[in-house]
Design a binder for this molecule. Structure first.
Ligand code: 5GP
Length: 138
């Protein structure tokens, strides 16, 4: 499937739309989910334009999983959660709503997590935890 360069995450990656940023390197960007399923719900995106994991180059996949691991550790430490769930949807049929590949890092009990992409929060309310997660990145 062809990549849509006007999807919301492509715009965030280009700096055309805001996000509550937590981490960035040459391969990936990580920011807070605007409709968090749990406090500390963080997203990790490769910068390479790929709709799903199936479209991503092996080189970018290798770099991205390193950042997912790094951010999962930081989210776990910053929230004090005993566990974190990592979720990643491929295609609308699977539940993907934004067509730029991303990994969800959701701390705490996934069984108690809120419904996916439903309840938007004020971005300002995410900043304190974003700063805490950023400070926990090793
Ligand atoms: P997907 O369904 O594609 O796996 O997940 C998309 C995620 O992106 C959802 O959890 C949704 O809450 C989040 N999201 C959608 N639009 C925005 C946005 O503009 N900014 C941020 N930070 N998150 C978004």
């Amino acid at each position: 499937m062809s990549y849509d360069p006007n999807n919301i995450f492509a715009k965030i990656l280009r700096g055309e739309m805001p996000c509550v940023k937590v981490y960035e390197d040459e391969h990936c960007l990580s920011f807070m989910d605007i409709m968090p399923q749990a406090e500390g719900h963080t997203l990790v995106l490769p910068k390479e334009p790929a709709e799903t994991l199936l479209d991503l180059s092996d080189a970018a996949a290798a770099e991205t999983i390193k950042v997912v691991k790094k951010m999962a550790k930081a989210v776990k430490q910053a929230t004090g959660a005993a566990g974190v769930t990592i979720v990643q949807f491929n295609g609308a049929e699977a539940g993907q709503t934004v067509p730029h590949l991303h990994f969800h890092i959701i701390p705490g009990s996934f069984a108690k997590a809120k419904v996916h992409a439903k309840e938007m929060v004020d971005p300002a309310s995410l900043q304190e935890l974003a700063d805490k997660i950023a400070a926990a990145v090793e």
